[in-house]
Write a protein that binds this ligand. Structure first.
Ligand code: FPP
Length: 247
């Protein structure tokens, strides 16, 4: 029986977030440049997007480039930016055909203008698709996002638009880049690392974490479905006890 067959479609996570890791190690293991790993990582992106859309996941967030990744060698950064834009461009019609909307979160000011123009075009083009939203986290880090939210909120307080007494979790969340999305219920990280690496720290407060040793370029549809099955086999208690949930 495949993992896909074991999935209970009535209990799917609405939002799955993925830390795609291991491209460099995958390439090095074959005596190739790190960028070869990123190029092959694109296949895993396609597999994952298709797998998620097929079963009815509504939001899929992929961590494509962190603010810390700007410290990588210039040649790798340029290759990654090029790959991101060319992949999104070449997959635009597949996104349309499958009803997938593209969204991007991150520090856009840090991105090359050409990259931003192309991404904006793709976002506009796919804006009315409603089967699934593929969110690409680009030049993103969670601490950057939270500090930005605090700054925006501070400005609204200063302008008299917000009374500090009214600030609560929901309201603070509306200042984050993810304001239009539910929090991820499942976070997947590949490559055997068991860190969060500054990704969606606020939003994963109650997410189930799933770590797999598979390197990202080797990650296939069935690997994604295995993660969903693992998620469905867990008991999500939200601070309560089992007896309260099973009443
Ligand atoms: C992590 O592997 C991967 C990345 C930093 C980039 C992921 C980007 C892609 C797969 C490009 C296409 C993406 C989209 C959304 C179109 P790593 O380089 O950190 O690997 P390592 O830990 O083995 O060094």
């Amino acid at each position: 029986m495949s993992f896909k067959d074991k999935i209970d479609l009535s209990r799917l996570p609405q939002h799955v977030a993925v830390i795609m890791d291991g491209n460099g190690r995958w390439a090095r293991a074959q005596g190739k440049e790190r960028t070869f790993g990123h190029e092959n990582g694109v296949n895993a992106v396609k597999e994952t997007v298709e797998a998620a859309a097929e079963i009815g996941v509504k939001f899929l967030t992929l961590y494509a480039f962190s603010t810390e990744n700007w410290n990588r060698p210039r040649t790798e950064i340029d290759a990654l930016m090029e790959l991101l834009v060319s992949t999104i461009n070449s997959e635009r019609e597949t996104l349309m055909k499958n009803g997938i909307k593209l969204d991007v979160i991150g520090d856009f000011d840090a991105l090359p203008p050409k990259c931003m123009t192309e991404l904006n075009e793709a976002m506009t083009h796919t804006a009315n698709n409603d089967r699934m939203t593929m969110v690409v986290a680009l030049s993103y880090s969670s601490r950057w996002e939270i500090v930005r939210a605090a700054r925006l909120l501070g400005a609204d307080i200063k302008a008299g638009k917000v009374n500090p007494e009214t600030i609560n979790e929901e309201m603070f969340g509306s200042y984050l880049c993810t304001k239009h999305m539910p929090d991820p219920e499942l976070l997947i990280r590949t490559s055997g690392e068991t860190r969060i690496s500054n990704f969606l720290l606020w939003q994963i407060a109650y997410a189930e974490l799933y770590f797999t040793p598979t390197l990202w370029p080797d990650f296939k549809r069935e690997d994604f479905y295995e993660a969903i099955v693992s998620y469905q086999n867990r008991e999500r208690r939200f601070g309560m006890v089992s007896e309260q949930l099973n009443k």
